[in-house]
Design a protein around this ligand. Structure first.
Ligand code: URA
Length: 198
């Protein structure tokens, strides 16, 4: 494994193709005490450029969706299955997912979130370790062991899916609503996940 400090990978050369295609390592963003952890697939062009997950078009959809259910981006943690941009935005390979898995597990362990929300097929299948029809299973909460620890995982469609298929907007919104409720119910006193009352 490469270097990881304070939830951030500072150096890693495990995936030759990604070392070539990336301009930087894109680490997770958001508070270390966040109740909700959103996990995407991997950085795209804008994320690679800015060094932050979900800052492009998908990021706008995610931010709008969060706001619509009373969550703010700054209150949740957002990360990806792989931290380096795959060439031509292809999906990360199984080897690349495996190479980056330790970093994701370390981030999950250190964060200890109430709920992990997987955005789309790649992160959902990666963390549930089975094939998943995401549009069918979106909104369902599953118990899963990640790095040996019991976790709760909420399946969500990828924000970009709502751009290609309008019918997924409602699925996306109701899943985020559920995430907000779960963070509220189980969150610690004084948690600031929701904007209500502020
Ligand atoms: N899509 C993802 O899965 N992750 C990002 O960071 C951006 C877009």
């Amino acid at each position: 494994m490469g270097e990881m400090e304070d939830l951030c990978v500072t150096e890693c050369t495990r995936c030759p193709a990604l070392v070539d295609s990336r301009s930087r390592i894109v680490n997770g963003t958001g508070p270390k005490g966040a109740d909700l952890l959103f996990v995407g697939e991997g950085p795209g062009a804008q994320e690679d450029d800015q060094g932050e997950p979900f800052v492009g078009r998908s990021g706008s959809v995610l931010d709008d969706g969060l706001r619509a259910v009373g969550l703010e981006r700054e209150a949740v943690r957002i990360t990806n299955c792989v931290r380096c941009r795959p060439p031509a935005n292809r999906d990360p390979t199984d080897d690349e997912l495996a190479n980056c898995r330790g970093y994701l597990e370390a981030e999950i362990d250190q964060l200890d979130p109430e709920v992990i929300v997987t955005l789309g097929k790649v992160p959902t299948e990666h963390l549930l370790e089975r094939s998943v029809a995401v549009t069918k299973e979106a909104g369902t909460l599953e118990d899963v062991r990640i790095g040996g620890e019991p976790r709760r995982l909420l399946v969500c469609v990828h924000p970009a899916a709502t751009l290609y298929d309008r019918s997924q907007e409602e699925t996306f919104r109701t899943t985020l609503e559920r995430a907000a409720e779960l963070a509220d119910i189980d969150g610690t006193e004084g948690g600031q996940t929701r904007l209500d009352g502020y």
